[in-house]
Design a binder for this molecule. Structure first.
Ligand SMILES: NC(=O)c1ccc[n+]([C@@H]2O[C@H](COP(=O)([O-])OP(=O)(O)OC[C@H]3O[C@@H](n4cnc5c(N)ncnc54)[C@H](OP(=O)(O)O)[C@@H]3O)[C@@H](O)[C@H]2O)c1
Length: 378
């Protein structure tokens, strides 16, 4: 086994914490001595021990005699400050570990300094090993450290080969395979909140919970764009039991009686600025971040997807493509709005990857900040 194998294992462990650790990043660690893993672990949730502590305690319980002179592989720079838990750098130093391999530096200046501390104590530290993989895993955390006013936004859609998300009657169940939909639930679990428009609410009456067989998932907060408060008081998002809130976003002057009844049923109402008869998504992002929502999954439909892109709020796109063809021009398109005149003005995706789910393909890409107003921010 090589350094890459051990760090790959640490990344795999880190990913197990994804969805549970917000607002903290997910982190994994592996302790190795003489070519064998003697301890491993990951940060399970905010407030719980950090990955290094879990891995070192695991090694101390199973192989205490092997800790001295071992190597620890950790996906994020060990913290060097007293927060909810003591610094991981002290734990590493006191355990007698002699080599530390770090994937990425902590973007949070308060928590940084761990690498310098360990080097000053005489440990060998390798930094930046498999850095890009580690940064991708905690991309929402990195975004929030660098930009504390809006959440990291992922736009997810499921389309036919000819670019439709529903038939002309609004039927969309199901375009993609079970395997794709399972991954869609994983995305829900990984995000603090999920957002849909009133078109999808009325058409599908979705529950917007995260359901993955054999996994205790975390429901995202449900955000509904509903300018004139048309939501049915019997809609699943209003009446179902969930640990996460439903937040109905409205414009001004909605029926106060209905607001009261929805609140009594547990829904939250969030009033937002209206621009050209639609809710102002930039204003909404700032309000959601103030509610501690650090990551947001937009699930559509077509009009919401188009205006989210145009508003420049989308960081990442997860585009499922199913090998199906609507075969007409009257379905609901993935992006239902007005497009640019020139190809030079289209949105350009960067860092594109693809992955297969059954017979579907998932294309993932990013819209870098400088490319977010490709069509003039319509
Ligand atoms: N295959 C997929 O991936 C997928 C995913 C989701 C949905 N769908 C399908 O998509 C269809 C619904 O799509 P849709 O385009 O008709 O409706 P939609 O995008 O779900 O909702 C659009 C509505 O949201 C409200 N809204 C408020 N502020 C907005 C803003 N800034 N931008 C856009 N909308 C805003 C508006 O209604 P108010 O004026 O009432 O506020 C608007 O008419 C359904 O058939 C559903 O099954 C498919």
């Amino acid at each position: 086994m090589t350094d890459s194998d051990y760090m790959a294992r640490a990344l795999e462990l880190a990913a197990r914490g994804k969805g549970y650790t917000s607002p903290n990043p997910c982190v994994g660690a592996v302790v190795v001595k003489n070519g064998r893993i003697i301890g491993q672990g990951f940060h399970p949730k905010a407030g719980a021990p950090h990955a290094e502590v879990v891995a070192i305690d695991d090694a101390a319980a199973k192989h205490p005699e092997k800790l001295a002179g071992s190597t620890i592989y950790v996906t994020l720079e060990p913290c060097n400050h007293f927060g909810k838990t003591p610094p991981c750098t002290h734990k590493i130093f006191n355990a007698g570990i002699s080599r530390v391999v770090v994937a990425c530096k902590d973007p949070n200046p308060v928590a940084g300094g761990g690498i310098d501390f360990l080097r000053e104590k005489g440990l060998e530290v390798v930094s930046g090993f498999m850095e890009q993989e580690a940064l991708t895993l905690i991309e929402d955390f990195v975004w929030n450290v660098q930009n504390d006013t809006t959440p990291f936004v992922t736009l997810k859609c499921a389309a036919t080969l000819d670019g439709y998300i529903a038939t002309r009657t609004g039927d969309s169940q199901w375009i993609t395979s079970q395997a794709s939909r399972n991954f869609g639930h994983e995305l829900r679990h990984q995000n603090d909140a999920i957002l849909i428009g009133s078109g999808t609410l009325h058409g599908d009456d979705p529950s917007l919970t995260a359901r993955i067989e054999g996994k205790q998932t975390r429901d995202p907060a449900r955000i509904i764009l509903d300018t004139r408060l048309t939501v049915q008081e019997t809609a699943k998002v209003v009446v179902q039991k969930s640990t996460a809130p439903t937040i109905i976003v409205t414009g001004p002057d909605c029926d106060p009686g209905k607001i009261l009844r929805l609140k009594e049923k547990g829904a939250q109402i969030l009033e937002c600025r209206v621009f050209e008869n639609l809710l102002d998504l930039n204003d909404l992002m700032i309000k959601l971040r103030k509610l501690s929502i650090t990551s947001l999954l937009i699930e559509g439909g077509g009009r919401v997807a188009a205006s989210a892109l145009a508003a420049g709020i989308v960081n990442k796109i997860c585009y499922f493509l199913a090998p199906k063809i609507m075969g007409g021009n009257d379905g609901i398109p993935v992006f239902n709005g007005s497009g640019p005149e020139k190809i030079k003005d289209v949105f350009q995706l960067a860092r594109v990857t693809t992955r297969q789910f059954g017979s579907d393909m998932l294309l993932t890409g990013y819209i870098e900040p400088q490319n977010r107003s490709g069509n003039g921010g319509r």
